[in-house]
Design a binder for this molecule. Structure first.
Ligand code: PRP
Ligand code: HPA
Ligand code: MG
Length: 184
């Protein structure tokens, strides 16, 4: 999809495909350096993290293991319910592993803070977080994040894995939605 395919549903492009990819180059280089000589397990959080997981993993120079977890706290709305449900658990045993959670966005932080304590209780050697986007003004809990792509304003965004009511995940860029899409 490109911006023209969204008709008047797109308000503005916040981060272009090029900006996202350039930042991923930098983050991948940092991860390569930080985990040199270690076996890394990437844990992608479905469904939003699919794009960042695919693009990040391909940039890493060592072979990593990839696993997926599906949790949901947003349903079809634009606000976190705060109640996190596991829809699909990991296949991997985390005991003694170096785990890097890969996320598309940290908004309120509620999903990640729940996920962190859940994964830490499984006996990993380390657990860190990489997220493409973070909204500092929306934060309701402090989450220690090792790798952040971009801090963005407190607006609902779509694209690059992020949805509104399951739409727009396949945009290659990150954009904001026109108010009429929400029924505003
Ligand atoms: O910091 P928070 O306020 O908790 O929000 C962030 C979470 O919300 C979104 O997931 P969602 O529950 O919408 O599922 P999805 O990835 O399938 O869209 C996003 O992918 C994060 O996992
Ligand atoms: O801004 C957002 N957009 C889409 N999904 C989300 N999940 C948390 N925040 C967002
Ligand atoms: Mg969602």
């Amino acid at each position: 999809m490109d911006p023209a395919d969204m008709g008047d549903d797109l308000e503005r492009v916040l981060l272009s495909e090029e900006q996202l990819h350039e930042r991923l180059d930098e983050i991948a280089a940092q991860i390569d350096a930080d985990y040199e000589g270690k076996d890394l397990l990437l844990v992608g959080v479905l469904k939003g993290a699919v794009m960042v997981m695919a693009d990040l993993a391909r940039r890493l120079h060592s072979s990593v293991q990839m696993d997926w977890m599906a949790v949901s706290s947003y349903g079809s709305g634009t606000k976190s319910s705060g109640v996190v449900r596991i829809l699909k658990d990991l296949d991997a045993d985390l005991t003694g592993r170096h785990v890097l959670i890969v996320e598309d966005i940290i908004d309120s932080g509620l999903t990640l803070s729940w996920l962190l304590s859940n994964l830490r209780s499984r006996g990993p050697a380390t657990v860190e977080i990489a997220t493409m986007l973070r909204k500092p003004e929306a934060s309701k809990v402090d989450v220690d994040v090792r790798y952040v792509g971009f801090d963005i304003p407190n607006e609902f965004v779509v694209g690059y894995g992020l949805d509104y009511a399951e739409k727009y995940r396949n945009l290659p860029f990150v954009g904001t939605l026109a108010p009429h899409v929400y029924g505003a």
